[in-house]
Design a binder for this molecule. Structure first.
Ligand code: SAM
Length: 313
């Protein structure tokens, strides 16, 4: 387990709000927190966690981070702290923001895309937006974002082969995320879950040959290249959170838009940092961060009641 002073990876949820209602993530009638920490507070907490945790990489997420009007400020602040600043977004509102985000220092982009067929996309997201998401992916490549990764949550009706072909065609990387028993997904996770090994069987059945690339494995996913394509340009990865959890090497910290620090995705409560910050007690905030990191442990169960959007995926 990582401890204080070791190099951590911080994910900051800029808002719990989202413009989609993906069935595995948010209820259709989602209720969001009435307010969130102020920009200056979230920036300050990011800086304190980065300092105490020795953070080497920051990712901005949500909810939907493109709904946060201080997104560019967060990118700029994060880039002053660390060399790698990423964002995970559904991509619907992204395209016009891309130049400003790139200029502010964003250099990793993950765009969620579960389906390429309009009906399937809208069944999953319960909102329109497929064309805009694809437009954002293409614009990101044109603007030089590299790598661009597509995140697809794996379910029984996912068209794995179509997403792999799309990645190869567009020159992007697709990462299939095993469905987790979190929030809205809890009632159907067991029925809808597809382990990575079955995803590969389905991809192979469609005539696509993948080759495992142990040289390109990432901390949270096994990476495979697509036969006939250059691995640096497109690849397929499987995030095996459920079939092969990576808790023993997990270096992730999550800061919620409410100013709470979570040391595990399955941790609903987190640690309140905002109260001490608002009372001007920065030393107490540092102490809480240090203690939370020291107590970081794998979860007893891979189940979480709260929705993912609260603390970011
Ligand atoms: N709104 C942004 C987006 O759509 O990418 C960022 C937030 S979203 C909560 C972050 C990631 O969590 C997405 O890739 C999403 O697909 C994933 N996610 C949400 N619920 C999940 C679940 N139950 N199991 C697996 N992944 C999930």
């Amino acid at each position: 387990m990582k401890g204080p002073g070791s190099r951590m990876y911080l994910r900051v949820s800029l808002t719990d709000r989202c413009n989609l209602r993906c069935t595995y993530c948010l209820p259709d009638q989602a209720r969001f927190a009435p307010d969130r920490a102020a920009t200056s507070e979230l920036l300050k907490l990011t800086n304190l966690i980065a300092e105490v945790g020795g953070v080497h990489k920051i990712r901005l997420t949500g909810g939907e981070p493109t709904l946060a009007d201080d997104l560019v400020d967060h990118v700029r602040n994060a880039r002053a702290l660390v060399p790698i600043v990423g964002m995970t977004t559904n991509g619907v509102l992204l395209e016009p923001m891309l130049p400003a985000l790139r200029d502010a220092g964003l250099n990793r982009l993950n765009i969620s895309l579960d389906a390429l067929d309009r009906d399937a996309f809208e069944r999953r997201a319960r909102r329109p937006g497929l064309d805009r998401v694809i437009g954002s992916i293409r614009a990101a490549r044109r603007l030089g974002f590299d790598p661009v990764k597509i995140n697809a949550v794996a379910m029984q009706d996912t068209d794995y082969a179509a997403l792999v072909r799309f990645a190869a065609w567009e020159g992007v990387h697709v990462r299939f995320i095993e469905l987790m028993a979190i929030g809205e997904a809890r009632p159907f996770q067991a029925a809808q879950y597809v382990p990575a090994v079955d995803m590969r069987t389905r991809i192979a059945a469609a005539g696509i040959r993948l080759q495992e690339r142990t040289d390109r494995d990432e901390p949270t996913s096994r990476v495979w290249s697509i036969e006939g394509h250059v691995p640096a340009e497109c690849s397929v990865g499987f995030i095996t959170t459920t079939s092969a959890p990576f808790c023993s090497t997990c270096d992730r910290l999550r800061l919620s838009s409410q100013g709470r620090l979570h040391t595990c995705l399955m941790d609903d409560r987190g640690h309140d940092l905002l109260t001490d910050l608002r009372s001007g007690d920065e030393a107490a905030v540092r102490t809480t961060i240090r203690a939370a990191i020291a107590a970081k442990r794998p979860p007893a169960r891979f189940v979480r009641e709260g929705v993912m959007a609260m603390i970011g995926g």
